[in-house]
Structure formats: structure tokens, C-alpha cells
Ligand binder design. Structure first.
Ligand code: EPS
Length: 403
């Protein structure tokens, strides 16, 4: 059973987005301005975003579950209002349209975009107007996920676990991996960069490639990496398929709009190398209590072995395809009469990979919070802390020898 559950509701141009979270223990200090809104702002950024992000200024409001700055252990409900809603009241109202409404005001779309949920959605849900599908399929929904993820991050940070991300490629431009380790405060190191990339030379080329795609009416995808540090050995399990943490992380990452691939550690590259150049040699380091007093010379496994965290940083990559809305329209079929036509154009982004990285952080944090509470769960923060500290004490006191 999941310990940290969340759901979202809301359409891109509806009144707003709802985030609902269950499983947060009582007594977690939680304030929207301090803990949630900064991530909502980070998600709105990145070079290549469209005009919608200039309209919105995402903030979370608490509806339930938090009192006097601390969680109650009850379900948490948060709201993120859509500022753009006021421009969409006729098209997105919940009542049938008034008689005499200009049909244009309903902003219907009948030419599904290849690559979006438009066509599969209208066929499956028996709709005629593609807007009935695209409004929920839009990546606007990820604002609510990021709100949930920020709560998960707040919980994890109480135990020294930090989750950050960076962009490793956009279009044909790859960041050159830096010599040193990933910076301790990864987000502080990349957030000021317009494409959230650690390699400044590659970042400039990424920006140029986004500009070229925009001028060409095209869009670009890319790859981002989520890094979680401070994770103790022992989250997830090898014993059953659905307990394996790598599977749970991959599922969560693949659920992000436009993500078409996931890698953990070396990922696909590992399949090309012999085992001696893949697996991470084990040595001793008594100071590394969270990994059982042992350390790895490399971290090609990305912090997971057998579906269990090793105590090394967790490295999860997501590959995002280019956004499906192209000003250079692709062929489609008009659902009103079956004639050939060009796909609809909605206001959209040219590239949203830097934002997707922030969403990736949220999804990884949500999976980690669930696995953390599975191992250390309790009704209150005090109880979780006792469980966690007992485990860390066991790791620190473990001796060699015995059967
Ligand atoms: C998004 C909001 C959307 C899009 C984008 C993500 O707003 P609008 O449709 O009003 O411009 O900018 O969604 C897509 C690219 C998509 O294909 O659905 C957001 O808040 O992230």
C-alpha cells in the first residue's frame, strides 16, 4: 500500500488546479510561501517557454490539512489558481453555453495534433471537440504535481535528503559532464542559468538551438537528470516486482507529460559495456553511516541495486520529446468532415525541458517520500524520526562477523 498518496485535478484553462495529498505525518512544519511557491516559480521558468508563463504567477493556497504552520496528519488539499481563467470563462465554464453564444468563444479544436493526446483521447472518450481532451492532457497539470512534490521534499529535507535537477541535453546539444562531483546544492548552481545546465558553453548553444527552432516554427526536446542526495541505503526492496524502487521511479518519471524514456545511472550505456566497467567497486568508509560504512568508487548504478537504494546519490534521467504543438503544422484530419488539414495550433512553448526537470524532481521526491514512509512511517514526525534514527544507529553500530 502506498504511504504517500497524491492526486491532482484541473484543466489548463479552467479555474485552477487542485492538489490532494494523503500520508504526511502530523507535525511537519509547512508554509506555502517558504516551502511550495519557490518550486512553482522554478517550474514556470526556463528559456523557450511561451507567453502563458507571463500570465501566470503560480502560488499555492492551503484548503486543508495544515494548522498554525504544521501538518495535522489529515489529507492536505492545495489550490493553484489559473490567472488565465478570466480569459476563458466562456470556453471553459461548467454550464451549457447560453443560447446565442458566438461559437468562436467556445474555442473548439477539431484538428488533432500528432504527438498530443488529442486524437487518441477523443476516440477513447467519445468527444468531438479536441479541447475536451487537451485541457487535461496539457502540462499545466504539472503545477499541481510540483506542489505535491514540494511537500514531499519538505518531509525528506527533515531527514537530510535533498532533491535537485539539471538539464543534460536540449535538441542536438549535449552538456559536457564536469570533472568534479555534482555540486552539493545542485539547484542553487543551475537555477540562474536560463536552461538550468551545469555546462555554460553548452547552455549558450542550447539557447541558440531553441532560437533557431522557434524561428523555424518548430519545437525541441531534451534530457534532464534528477539527483537525490542523503538517501540512506535500504529504501525499496528486491523481494517483489512492485517493491523495486527503480521500477517505481521509472513509472513516475514516464508519467510526466512528453517523457518518452528513463535511465537510472548509466542506463542504456551500461548495456554496451562489459560488467567490469559498469559495476561500482565497494570499499570501506566508516564515516558513511547512511550507506552502512561502505562506499563506492563510482556511481554508475545511479544509487540503486536490486531495486534498493545503496546510499549513493540517486541519478534518474528523463528524455522529453519535443512539444507537440508546432507552428509548422503537421498533417492531420478534420474531425468535423474527415477532410485532410493541418494540425491545430495552440499557444505553447518551444522547449520546456528546464521546467520538466523541476517536475522530475517532484516525481522523484514523491516516490522517495512514499518509500521513506514505507520503511520509517509513523503518525507523527516524532515517531518517524525515532524510527529513522533507530535505523541509522543500527547501521552505525553494525559489526563484521557472525553468520
Ligand atoms: C503549461 C501551460 C500551457 C502550455 C504548456 C504547459 O499553457 P497554454 O496552453 O495556455 O499556453 O504552455 O502545455 C503544453 C505545451 C502542452 O502541450 O499542453 C504549463 O503551465 O506548464
Amino acid at each position: 500500500m502506498k504511504r504517500f498518496r497524491f492526486h491532482t485535478a484541473g484543466e489548463s484553462h479552467g479555474r485552477g488546479l487542485l492538489a490532494y495529498i494523503e500520508g504526511v505525518p502530523a507535525g511537519l512544519p509547512l508554509e506555502m510561501e517558504r516551502d511550495v511557491d519557490p518550486d512553482l516559480t522554478r517550474r514556470q521558468g526556463g528559456y523557450g517557454r511561451g507567453r502563458r508563463m507571463q500570465i501566470e504567477s503560480d502560488r499555492a493556497e492551503v484548503l486543508a490539512g495544515v494548522r498554525l504552520g504544521e501538518t495535522l496528519g489529515s489529507p492536505i488539499a492545495l489550490l493553484v489558481w489559473n490567472r488565465d481563467w478570466e480569459n476563458w470563462t466562456a470556453a471553459m465554464g461548467h454550464l451549457p453555453p447560453d443560447e446565442g453564444t458566438n461559437p468562436k468563444a467556445l474555442r473548439s479544436q477539431y484538428l488533432p495534433r500528432p504527438g498530443h493526446a488529442d486524437l487518441a483521447g477523443v476516440l477513447k472518450y467519445d468527444r468531438r471537440d479536441v479541447r475536451d481532451i487537451l485541457e487535461r492532457a496539457s502540462a499545466r497539470e504539472t503545477a499541481a504535481r510540483v506542489a505535491c512534490g514540494a511537500v514531499a521534499k519538505r518531509l525528506l529535507s527533515e531527514f537530510g535528503i535533498q532533491v535537485g535537477s539539471h538539464v543534460v541535453s536540449i535538441g542536438s546539444v549535449d552538456a559536457v559532464p564536469s570533472e568534479g562531483a555534482i555540486p552539493e546544492d545542485l539547484n542553487a548552481a543551475v537555477d540562474a542559468n536560463p536552461v538550468r545546465c551545469l555546462d555554460p558553453v553548452a547552455a549558450d548553444r542550447m539557447i541558440a538551438e531553441i532560437d533557431a527552432a522557434k524561428a523555424d516554427g518548430d519545437t525541441l526536446g531534451g534530457v534532464f537528470e534528477v539527483v537525490a542526495t542523503g538517501v540512506p541505503v535500504g529504501l525499496g526492496s528486491h523481494v517483489s516486482w512492485d517493491a523495486k524502487l527503480d521500477g517505481r521511479l521509472a513509472g513516475a518519471m514516464m508519467s510526466i507529460q512528453a517523457v518518452k524514456g528513463v535511465e537510472i545511472g548509466l542506463g542504456f550505456e551500461g548495456a554496451r559495456r562489459p560488467g567490469s566497467q559498469v559495476h561500482d567497486p565497494i570499499t570501506r568508509d566508516d564515516a558513511r553511516v547512511r550507506s552502512g560504512g561502505m562506499v563506492r568508487e563510482s556511481n554508475r548504478a545511479g544509487g540503486l541495486e536490486g531495486g534498493i537504494t545503496t546510499g549513493e546519490p540517486l541519478l534518474v534521467r528523463g528524455a522529453m520529446k519535443p512539444i507537440a504543438t508546432l507552428r509548422k503544422r503537421l498533417p492531420s484530419v478534420d474531425l468535423r468532415d474527415g477532410s485532410a488539414g493541418d494540425a491545430a495550433v495552440e499557444r505553447s512553448d518551444v522547449c520546456a525541458v528546464p521546467a520538466a526537470a523541476v517536475v522530475g524532481e517532484a516525481m522523484v521526491a514523491l516516490v522517495l517520500a512514499d518509500a521513506f514512509l514505507e520503511k520509517f512511517g509513523g503518525d507523527s514526525m516524532g515517531e518517524v524520526r525515532r524510527n529513522f534514527e533507530g535505523y541509522v544507529a543500527y547501521l552505525g553500530g553494525r559489526e563484521f562477523g557472525g553468520r
